[in-house]
Ligand binder design. Structure first.
Ligand code: NAP
Ligand code: GDD
Length: 353
């Protein structure tokens, strides 16, 4: 029998890479999708097959982390062996605008899912393994490098909610003996990254500036440092955590940090552009409380999970810029053919993220 995985946040960056990985390992994958007025499955459309066709291995279910009864119903229907809780309002700056909703989806949402799992295990006695998508944002103002032993010091409503979710996981593990592992993942990016996160905002702008579709890139704090890796590498660590003998908590990172400015320089350079001519500061993108310096110590995941990132910082920037140069060339061609090229392309600058 194929293993069955249930993924919340399946339509997100990580959800799409994790689905690909699990399908390649022969899993039957079930994803929870939010109802939206437009299709929100772009990132997984290439692996989705018509459910009317026999053997479809990726199945989608409507649900939401703010809806406990839907979560219970889905669990009863899917009967998963593994649950990956990736669903979240995951934007740090936006969490200052919608703190209550962020707490509901990220903190309480995790509790709802754990409660649904408790009910399911209580009724069936089945063993279910649970992965919680924790974040380096939980370390916030703690001094780098940060490891599993570093105390949390969250600096945003998002980070506070992730700390709550982390401790719910630890508590359910200790109270009920469940297999729950918390990943503490540092920033990971890809060509599928949402366009209001800084890396993708930069690479989209590089592509569009190069194609003559955009003039300026407005950014906030260029001095913040992050430990950036490739999302495709990081989902492998999630899976490995659930294949261990015992549940545990793991930092997943590259062990190398760079500033936003370094990312900007490298991305513009790759396209043969001088960043100083295009980048301007807009205080809208500053955060009420910033996280200045995240640098992970991945020793534990390297030793215990035998996990290592395969993509370098330069490789990541190159991958993203190449993708977005190509995307912008397509937009420019559409523009020349008389279609509007700006409706999606500069969305990241219209929003305050
Ligand atoms: P993402 O691209 O923003 O995807 C978030 C996913 O959560 C989307 O599928 C989204 O659905 C879904 N979602 C949002 N609100 C929900 C709700 N109320 N109920 C159910 N689903 C909901 O995030 P990501 O980068 O893939 O990150 C995956 C997880 O890892 C998140 O929990 C994030 O906080 C955490 N994390 C990410 C990083 C990183 O650097 N990427 C690092 C550490 C931790 P829609 O598509 O409908 O919006
Ligand atoms: N988004 C954004 N937009 N960030 C900017 C901008 C801008 O215009 N200008 C500068 N920055 C800075 C932010 O202030 C922050 O210090 C850094 O760039 C990275 O911001 P994001 O890319 O938005 O990511 P994040 O680090 O806040 O959060 C991401 O990583 C976390 C893991 O550490 C998200 O994916 C979170 O969900 C994740 O938990």
């Amino acid at each position: 029998m194929a293993k069955r995985a249930l993924i919340t946040g399946v339509t997100g960056q990580d959800g799409s890479y994790l689905s690909e990985l699990l399908l390649s390992k022969g899993y039957e994958v079930h994803g929870i999708v939010r109802r939206a007025s437009l299709f929100n499955t772009d990132r997984i459309d290439h692996i989705y097959h018509d459910p009317h066709v026999a053997g479809a291995k990726l199945q989608l279910h409507y649900g939401d982390l703010t809806d406990a009864s839907a979560l219970r119903t889905i669990l009863e229907k899917v009967e998963p062996d593994e649950i990956y809780n990736l669903g979240a309002q995951s934007h740090v700056k936006v969490s200052f605008d919608v703190p209550e909703y962020t707490g509901e989806a990220v903190g309480m949402g995790t509790l709802r899912l754990l409660e649904a799992m408790r009910g399911y295990i209580g009724r069936t006695g089945k063993g279910v393994r649970f992965y919680q998508a924790g974040s380096s944002e939980m370390f916030g103002a703690a001094k780098p490098p940060q490891s599993e032993a570093t105390p949390f010091y969250p600096r945003s409503p998002y980070a506070v909610a992730k700390v709550a979710a982390h401790w719910y996981g630890v508590n359910y593990r200790e109270a009920y003996g469940y297999f729950i592992s918390n990943g503490i993942l540092f920033n990971h990016e890809s060509p599928r990254r949402g366009e209001t996160f800084v890396t993708r905002k930069i690479t989209r702008a590089v592509g569009r500036i190069k194609s003559g579709l955009q003039e300026k890139l407005y950014l906030g704090n260029l001095d913040a440092k992050r430990d950036w890796g490739f999302a495709g590498d990081y989902v492998e660590a999630m899976w490995l955590m659930l294949q261990q003998e015992k549940p545990d908590d793991y930092v997943v990172a590259t062990g190398e940090a760079h500033s936003v400015k370094e990312f900007v320089e490298l991305a513009f350079d790759y396209a043969g552009l001088d960043w100083q001519k295009y980048v301007e500061l807009d205080p809208r993108y500053l955060r009420p409380t910033e996280v200045d310096y995240l640098l992970g110590d991945p020793s534990k995941s390297r030793n215990a999970l035998n996990w290592q990132p395969k993509t370098s910082f330069k490789g990541l920037v190159t991958m993203m810029v190449e993708h977005d140069l190509e995307l912008a060339r397509g937009e420019a061609a559409m523009h020349e053919a008389g279609f509007s090229a700006t409706s999606r392309g500069n969305a990241s600058q219209r929003l305050s993220g």
